[in-house]
Ligand binder design. Sequence first.
Ligand code: LFR
Length: 468
Amino acid sequence: MLGRVGPGVLELTEVHRFPNRPVRTGSTLRWDILALYRGVLDGLRAAGVAAGGRLAGVGIDSWAVDYGLLDSAGELLGNPVHYRDERTRGVAEKVAAVMPPDELYAATGLQYLPFNTLYQLLADRDGPQLAAARSLLMIPDLIAYWLTGRAGTELTNASTTQLIDPRTRDWSFAVAERLGIDLSLFPPLRRPGDPAGTLRPDVLAETGLTGPVPVIAVGSHDTASAVVGVPAEGEGFAYIATGTWSLAGLELAAPILGEESRRANFTNELGVDGTVRYLRNIMGLWLLQECLRSWEAEGRPQDLAALLDRAASVRPRRSVVDAADPAFLAPGDMPRRIAEACVRTGQPAPRTEAETTRCVLDSLALAHAKAVEDAQRLSGRTVSTVHIVGGGAHNPLLCRLTADATGLPVVAGPAEAAAFGNVLVQARAAGAVTGGLAELRALLRTAHELRRYEPGAGRPGSVAGEYR
Ligand code: LFR
């Protein structure tokens, strides 16, 4: 994405898009990291062409928790394993025997997800790669390292490792020691806005860019950047960053680390400008994406807009599943797994693609509403508006059902909130704009068309009104 930012100016243009196709080798699901890096280089070239050869900065964000291991010469020791791989099965139980879940939560504030970096590292513990590793780079940090030759660990993403203390915003040395994690594998922490090197000469040559091009640390966890890109006014808002996942919660000034919060499986990930992203992971549109993949493989490809239209006329909440259930984490045959979950819970199995789609969207909307409600209860905050950003902002049925389920107005957009958050933080570091998150968000509101959905606003699929 190419961004142009200045006082009163905020534009984003998609210059290149490439697929991210994980690969299974043997029994392990991995990221095709070199194909992704190739896509990044092609994207930089396209951005350079669109910007006349000069870029004022580059910022990198991606999904969280996963990492590459590097040897003593700085070479990658293997393709990073995908967090949906099943190697972490049973690891959390082993951790609990050494450090009880309440103590781990009080120290790190992270919700239980089977793939937290901590559990992945422990699953890798006896393997030869970890033994040979001299450093560990989270995915965006790995890309930044290849682009610049400089290694660092960006804080918002580091906060998803379950090895950070959200009060000190530094490593949790005690947790690492107790669980036998070698923190010296991680290069020094850097914070959004910090300089992260400049593009290497070979990268400049390969991309046709004119140097120097600074790489600037942003909220390198995509969700951290997406929360910067929530066009909210004031504090009384909840956000739902929708894409493969739905990340639903609040922006807070301090973490909530009590037992009630742990039981509600809320996380305290770190945000930009000293904030805490107090949220819950919900399976998200992954459920629908996987259904679409299955139907296509079975020779019944679906047109998404038509499918959503049909789903809008299905009887509401005919059957719903728990959209936060890790049982849906792994890839493969999602329609069958959803049907089985319905039957297991005494509800009718969806019979058609439209019924399955409606089940997914009803279930997501209910999970969104539950997260917004729980977050308010646990934080004492009152929410008056729910912002949906990310890909789901383009899904009118999901937005309407979420407004209905929460009983609150939903403001939808931008779909590219993470890219907006990324360029805004870069632009501020480069001096092109000034201010805190409130000022950055005000700029976003002037730059982007938003849609508003009122709860209970009538006919299926209708859009209740324009926001501005
Ligand atoms: C969203 C996201 C979530 C994280 C999941 C796995 O893209 O980054 O925030 O929990 O992916 O990394």
